[in-house]
Design a binder for this molecule. Structure first.
Ligand SMILES: NC(=O)c1ccc[n+]([C@@H]2O[C@H](COP(=O)([O-])OP(=O)(O)OC[C@H]3O[C@@H](n4cnc5c(N)ncnc54)[C@H](OP(=O)(O)O)[C@@H]3O)[C@@H](O)[C@H]2O)c1
Length: 252
């Protein structure tokens, strides 16, 4: 059985990845901070899909958490989904710098270190995949969140280019708005977001796994977001940033 390690696997997109991969026959390593919730999720997935599920309690904003994840990845996995992440309420100047640094650790340092720990085994077997969950925010200037996700996209593209044709695929997945615990945890009011902009969790997972199989480098699920990112690339960066910043502030 192939094995997948998913970070942030107890809620939202990570939990949806876990259900889909278990139903596809993957054994799983589920990583998050809340041990009781991890154990509940693991038991549900074992019962429902008959696969092996290992809970791994780790806080990816700490050295101990990063080391625990690296140690497990060095034992070998077939698929790594770097999904754990969070948002902040408010604009840059209002967010304590310690929270911004924590975000960079979870969104960037963890993605870097976990990718580095998983790749050698994958390259040896000439087989494997890494999905780095970024966001459409990567394509617009949206504070530290957007900057960290832009790093995820650029890093994934660079690693993929370096690997070139060695049987391992690295992809950035860039969803738009998805109903998960993300906005409530960050204290964001998203009541004004138009229905058209909400993506179904399963659509995001389907698109992500399909694009990984097809060798796509940057996956943007949903036609509406393909159009937004496409138009964003056509208009001057300053105009796109002003529009995105104005829209974004309504949801802070
Ligand atoms: N929802 C959206 O609209 C949206 C849009 C674009 C991109 N994304 C991206 O999608 C990814 C998943 O977000 P989501 O919407 O599914 O969020 P979510 O529902 O809030 O789930 C976040 C998951 O990450 C875990 N987590 C948070 N901080 C962690 C840490 N320091 N160490 C380890 N695990 C941690 C949480 O579990 P514990 O609290 O137990 O650790 C939970 O399992 C994120 O990278 C996010 O930036 C989301």
């Amino acid at each position: 059985m192939p094995t997948a390690l998913i970070t942030g696997a107890t809620a939202g997109l990570g939990a949806a990845f876990a259900r889909r991969l278990a139903s596809d026959g993957f054994d799983l390593v589920l990583l998050a901070r809340d041990t009781a919730r991890l154990e509940r999720s693991a038991a549900e997935l074992r019962d429902r899909y008959g696969v092996d599920v290992e809970p791994l309690t780790a806080d990816l904003s700490t050295d101990a958490g990063l080391e625990a994840a690296e140690e497990r990845l060095r034992k070998g996995v077939d698929l790594l989904v770097n999904n754990a992440g969070f948002g902040q309420q408010g604009v840059y100047l209002n967010v304590p710098v310690a929270d911004e640094v924590r975000m960079l650790r979870v969104h960037c340092e963890a993605v870097l270190r976990l990718t580095s720990a998983a790749l050698p085994g994958m390259l040896e077997r000439r087989k494997g995949g890494i999905i780095n969950v970024a966001s459409v925010a990567a394509f617009f200037s949206r504070g530290t969140y957007g900057a960290s996700k832009a790093w995820v996209v650029s890093f994934s593209q660079a690693v993929m280019r370096d690997l070139g044709g060695r049987g391992v695929h690295v992809m950035a997945l860039c969803p738009g708005f998805v109903r998960t615990e993300f906005h409530e945890r960050a204290g964001m009011d998203v009541s004004g977001i138009p229905g058209l902009l909400w993506l179904d969790q399963n659509l995001v997972i389907d698109a992500g796994l399909r694009d990984l199989r097809r060798g796509v480098g940057v996956s943007v699920p949903g036609l509406q977001y393909k159009a937004i990112v496409g138009v964003g690339n056509l208009i001057p960066r300053g105009v796109a940033d002003r529009l995105s910043s104005r829209a974004g502030r309504r949801f802070d």
